[in-house]
Design a protein around this ligand. Structure first.
Ligand code: 5AD
Ligand code: SF4
Length: 427
């Protein structure tokens, strides 16, 4: 989401006459787009700001801004110190950035952290940064109404609002025309996408189908799905279109019903298992990835074992795994004790990671000997004699470049797997 937001910010500033530079010493404006989800994400920004002191020393007129979730969360605290910060703008105030820069230049107020009920930046055509020219993100909604007790997102990104479907389809169509071959529709909870217009209502399955109909050569992905809202209708839509990728990111967070309740996830272990069964039944060869939090408030060894057993049962192809980190202002911070000692959180996280490594290895091994349709995204980091791309199931495959081009679809026979990638040959 922050990549997509940076592209919106770049577009807004571009309209005001700014260009993007790769050289920090050449910049007249430096913006740090920030994340508040865990403390270490914020710590990185504090360190980066300290490092920017020397850039400011060399170039006293350079403007420095902090934008995004940390700006929203900390507001004036980002300015009240000896760090070089001139501008603070939250996720809903990016349109005001050109004005904030002018105000900061003449030493006036330079904070805008007003959250909005309606801002979706629907009319802004993002300026693609660091693009491979093949894959792009399209934000379809902003904010979140779910109020998971551990999560800072609803406070820093505001309440949920969906973007006009016509502007989404237009953006995807233009990307396809420019040669892009894959779009990922993103939102904190895409399953609650909702648009009502002159009597017609459009939910996420309808939106996904409309984007898929743009062209069979345009792959469509999406993230993230909340398990409580994952409907059979959506699964049927995914199954009906070859170009909708067969991969669902479905964060489970915990396998214990007691912990899920304390997290306010609004589903049970059994509900989650039922959704996985529905995926397996409705979609052929669908991969599933997840997010897991280790050591949430009051988590017992038995609760942790419930997470391990669910992981094993579900056989996730991939997982993002975290230690619980208390965030100020959240319901958990206010009313639940962060009482799992750090050593125990680390131990549990390591158990989760070790188990997932085994499960992921098994999932990759199952691909060996199979032919996959791969969208070529770029050259392999190690050698330009090799290209890489992803399968519909979102697994990275590396193969000899031969005569194929970036942006093309190729068939690859998977011959080997390492811990992170599959390798194969063109057929
Ligand atoms: N501590 C640890 N992990 C968190 N996440 C969100 N908030 C926290 C927190 N306070 C994780 C969840 C979420 C992912 C984006 O980040 O797993 O799905
Ligand atoms: Fe945070 Fe829960 Fe919303 Fe995800 S669904 S952004 S975890 S509050």
């Amino acid at each position: 989401m922050n990549i997509a937001d940076s592209e919106i910010v770049a577009s807004i500033l571009n309209e005001s006459g700014y260009d993007v530079t790769r050289d920090i010493n050449e910049a007249s404006l430096i913006l740090l787009n920030t994340c508040s989800i865990r403390e270490n994400a914020e710590q990185k920004i504090w360190n980066r700001l300290k490092a920017l002191k020397s850039v400011r020393k060399k170039n006293p007129s350079v403007m420095i801004g902090v934008i995004g979730c940390m700006a929203e969360r900390l507001k004036e605290k980002l300015i009240q110190n000896d760090l070089p910060v001139d501008i603070v703008a939250g996720p809903d105030s990016y349109r005001s950035l050109p004005d904030l820069v002018i105000e900061a230049e003449i030493g006036q107020s330079r904070i805008n952290v007003m959250l909005s009920e309606s801002e979706t930046y629907a009319d802004i055509s993002p300026l693609r940064l660091d693009s491979n020219g093949v894959t792009a993100f399209i934000a379809i909604m902003r904010g979140c109404n779910n109020m998971c007790t551990y999560c800072v997102v609803p406070f820093v990104r505001g309440s949920e609002r969906s973007r006009d479907p016509r502007s989404i389809v237009k953006e995807a169509t233009e990307l396809f025309r420019k040669g892009y071959r894959e779009v990922t529709l993103i939102g904190q909870n895409v399953n609650s996408y909702f648009w009502k217009d002159t009597g017609e209502t459009i939910g996420f399955p309808e939106l996904l189908a409309e984007v898929a109909r743009i062209d069979p050569l345009l792959r469509v992905r999406f993230a993230t799905s909340h398990p409580k809202d994952l409907s059979d209708k959506l699964l049927e839509t995914i199954a009906s279109y070859d170009n909708i990728c067969k991969h669902i990111h479905l964060p489970v967070q915990s396998g214990s019903n007691r912990i899920l309740k304390l997290m306010n996830r609004q589903y049970t272990r059994e509900w989650y298992m039922n959704r996985i069964e529905a995926i397996r039944k409705i979609i052929l060869e669908c991969s599933v990835s997840t997010d897991i939090i280790a050591g949430f408030c009051t988590e017992t060894e038995e609760n942790h074992k419930d997470t391990l057993s669910l992981m094993e049962w579900a056989g996730f192809d991939f997982a993002y795994m975290f230690k619980y980190n208390e965030r100020p202002g959240t319901k958990a911070a206010e009313s639940l004790p962060d009482d799992v000692p750090d050593e125990i959180k680390t131990k549990r996280l390591n158990e989760i990671i070790n188990l997932q490594n085994k499960i992921s290895a098994k999932s990759k091994k199952a691909d060996v000997g199979k032919i996959h349709r791969v969208l070529v995204e770029g050259y392999s980091k190690r050698s330009t004699n090799f290209l890489y791309g992803r399968t519909s199931q979102n697994k990275v495959v590396v193969f000899p470049a031969e005569n194929c081009q970036i942006g093309e679809y190729v068939n690859v026979m998977v011959e080997k797997c390492t811990s992170a990638t599959l390798t194969g040959r063109l057929i």
